[in-house]
Design a protein around this ligand. Structure first.
Ligand code: PLP
Length: 286
């Protein structure tokens, strides 16, 4: 495997960053995970737009122009011969002597790009079975809309989910409303067929896959409700599902061990999964 690290393509085992990289010391950085489907980058524009926004919010300079970054992403995919998988992009504020405020003058932002294959058939099997989620108190900072590499709260709830025999954890805010998953957006389908996901405010990451599903709903004339829902409403829903670039659409069949609907993957979730790539932007083949 080959990784791109600060201007060079290097063997993955030699892909190193400096101990004084602010990402390493302060989680002072942001990232993107973009799906690669049949050798094409999926929704590259939305990912790059979101990366720009995350960088702007944290006042980190862009490591390079957009066209150049696109080239690096494609080149990393090509060098790893990835047909179906993910490309990972991380930008940190750079390397500087350890001190909390922004270094002055600003160092060159550090850029790392990696690409990997995913087990497509494994993922499809997972989706066909459906997953369990647990619910956990929202304990992240107030800006989950920034795709920050500061993921310790996510790490902890994903581990908690695993130990509970579940695959995802849904954060629940102080008003009892689901915000999102540890690494995905949260959705339900009400018993009268309305499809509900939280409005993309500062409380959640505005998922690229979420946007793709919204496009697909529009195309199919299915009704979307962008609003928060409670855990009780989700448990009583006819379906639930999650979305993320790494898993696309995955049905949720239990919440805190209680069945959603009849406890099997719902038809709406499965059909959105099947249709997602019809509406997503695909780059030219890399
Ligand atoms: N919410 C969180 C906290 C995430 O980490 C992710 C993706 O990793 C998502 C939502 C889904 O976003 P996307 O569809 O852009 O992958």
């Amino acid at each position: 495997r080959i990784a791109y690290v600060n201007g060079r393509y290097v063997p993955h085992r030699d892909a190193m960053v400096h101990v004084e990289d602010r990402g390493y010391q302060f989680a002072d950085g942001v990232y993107e995970v973009c799906e690669v489907h049949e050798g094409r980058l999926v929704d590259e524009t939305r990912h790059l737009d979101r990366l720009d926004r995350s960088l702007r919010e944290l006042r980190i300079a862009s490591p390079m122009g957009r066209a150049q970054l696109t080239t690096v992403m494609r080149e990393t995919v090509a060098r790893n011969r990835v047909r179906n998988g993910l490309v990972y992009v991380q930008v940190t504020r750079g390397v500087a002597r350890r001190d909390h405020p922004f270094p002055d003058p600003a160092p060159r932002p550090a850029l790392v790009v990696t690409a990997k294959w995913t087990d497509r058939s494994g993922l499809d099997k997972l989706a066909a079975r459906g997953i369990g989620v647990i619910t956990v108190p929202e304990n992240r900072w107030a800006r989950p809309d920034i795709k920050s590499i500061g993921l310790l709260p996510n790490v902890l709830v994903k581990q908690q989910a695993r130990e509970a025999g579940a695959r995802e954890a849904w954060y629940v805010d102080r008003d009892g409303m689901v915000t999102e998953g540890g690494s995905s957006n949260a959705w339900i389908v009400t018993t009268d067929g309305r499809i509900v996901t939280r409005r993309a405010d500062n409380a959640i990451l505005k998922g690229v896959t979420r946007a793709g599903v919204i496009d697909l709903l529009g195309r199919r004339n299915l009704q979307l409700e962008e609003r928060a829902f409670t855990v009780a409403e989700a448990k009583a829903a006819s379906e639930a599902f999650i979305t993320s670039a790494s898993n696309l659409v995955v049905p949720v069949v239990t919440i805190d061990g209680e069945k959603v609907g009849d406890g099997t993957p719902g038809p709406v979730a499965l059909s959105l999964r099947a249709g997602l790539h019809e509406v997503t932007e695909m780059s030219r083949p890399v």
